[in-house]
Write a protein that binds this ligand. Structure first.
Ligand code: ADP
Ligand code: MG
Length: 391
């Protein structure tokens, strides 16, 4: 399981191809609205530069589907990266074209070249050996620091490792270590909190964690399908009829370890302006829907979190995008922050919710990979991780 990182190999005087996750949000004017992913890559890049490597960077951005899309060029990323790194970043116009060959041939230790959006090449998502080979021919070593793309077997995340030695970057290394330890050797009790809209998105995660966790706390829309399996009338709440049998089966197998909300915030419409009331899950009734966990549930869950050794959280407790239904999610974030437990948050919306809650700096690990962290929690081997050399 343990993979080599940049710290386990000699990078001095080498050309190093680094796969980053620079898939940043851009506004209409090509301005980066959140540069977190660029900042997250800095430790690995600084390490390589300080240790005498010449650094060739690559990343995808958006979904250009194998052709050049002007609005998806990495030009804004190059500019921001140059500011943050404090060294010139030479950006090429192609992924593996003649301008790349020329730029790379001229590189000295300490130089940084950023290749164009890898998904401008159809071969990236197809994991085409020809593209992998061309990328590999640029460098002596491949470093994968794109945890957010590690669940994809693409040329720039996995294929290139068929041709040159491949190790993980510092960001990827920490993701794999923290998530890996939490699953294989957690400080107990291990408490898993699951929420989000739909149980069907998370069945694989629940299955994998069912027998590992000491407690499983269920919130969010997902809890509704468990309530439905108990026969409650949930009014207009989001319920997945096709998953009721699965929910019943999971409850039976988990027994007391699985805890459902004991109260809920109800609304009479899916709107921030709706009328709301707090009620028992058995008292929803016609015209109302569950949009958050209630205050008593926050108390019960917070108590469990306070006693935990490790907490893994995926999925918001309510519709946190609307202020009246964000209280449960933010309260659970604060409980995690206050707990002495190793606290880990995975999932795209969950990470965003924790950032909004204002206590992100008190959480031990907020995964940078939404889909990748979910697949990791499902116990699946990520192709971008599998391709790396063992320690
Ligand atoms: P993540 O991205 O962290 O894995 P999900 O995508 O599974 O999380 O779930 C996030 C979504 O779940 C949010 O958009 C939130 O509004 C929604 N959600 C949470 N609770 C409910 C609920 N009770 N009813 C409907 N949607 C909900
Ligand atoms: Mg999501």
């Amino acid at each position: 399981m343990a993979k080599k990182t940049v710290q386990d190999v000699d990078v001095r005087g080498k050309r190093v191809l680094v796969r980053c996750d620079f898939n940043v949000p851009l506004d209409k004017n090509q301005q980066i609205t959140d540069d977190l992913r660029i900042r997250a890559a800095l430790p690995t890049l600084q390490y390589l530069l300080e240790h005498g490597a010449a650094v060739i960077l690559c990343s995808h951005l958006g979904r250009p589907k194998g052709k050049v899309v002007e609005e998806m060029r990495l030009t804004p990323v190059a500019a921001r990266l140059q500011e943050l790194l404090g060294v010139p970043v030479c950006k090429t116009d192609t992924v593996v074209g003649d301008d790349v060959t020329a730029a790379v041939a001229a590189m000295q230790p300490g130089d940084v070249v950023l290749l164009e959006n890898t998904r401008f090449e159809a071969g990236d998502e197809k994991n085409d050996p020809e593209l992998s080979r061309k990328l590999a021919s640029l460098a002596d070593l491949f470093v994968n620091d794109a945890f957010g793309a590690a669940h994809r077997a693409h040329a720039s995340t996995a294929g290139v490792a068929d041709y040159i030695p491949a190790v993980s970057g510092l960001l990827m290394g920490r993701e794999v270590q923290v998530l890996g330890d939490a699953l294989s050797a957690p400080v107990r009790p291990l408490v898993v909190i699951l929420g989000g809209a739909k149980i069907s998105d998370k069945i694989g995660v629940i299955e994998n964690l069912l027998n590992k966790a000491d407690r499983i706390l269920i919130g969010g829309g997902m809890a509704n399908t468990f309530f439905a399996a108990k026969g409650y009338d949930l009014g207009d709440s989001l319920v997945e009829p096709d998953a009721i049998a699965t929910a019943a089966d999971l409850m039976a197998r988990a027994g007391d370890r699985l805890m459902l909300p004991v109260d809920a915030v109800l609304a009479d419409a899916f709107s921030a302006e709706a009328n709301t009331r707090v009620a028992l899950p058995t008292e929803v009734g016609a015209g109302w829907r569950i949009l958050d966990i209630g205050p008593r549930t926050v108390e019960v869950f917070s108590e469990v979190i306070a006693q935990a050794g490790t907490v893994i959280w995926n999925g918001p407790m309510g519709v946190f995008e609307m202020a009246p239904f964000a209280k449960g999610t933010f309260a659970i974030a604060r409980a995690l922050a206050a707990s002495k437990a190793m606290s880990i948050v995975g999932g795209g919306d969950s990470g965003a919710a924790v950032q909004e809650s204002g206590v992100a700096d008190q959480i031990d690990h907020i995964s940078t990979g939404g889909g990748a962290s979910l697949e990791f929690l499902e116990g699946l081997e990520l192709p971008g991780v599998a391709a790396l050399q063992e320690k």
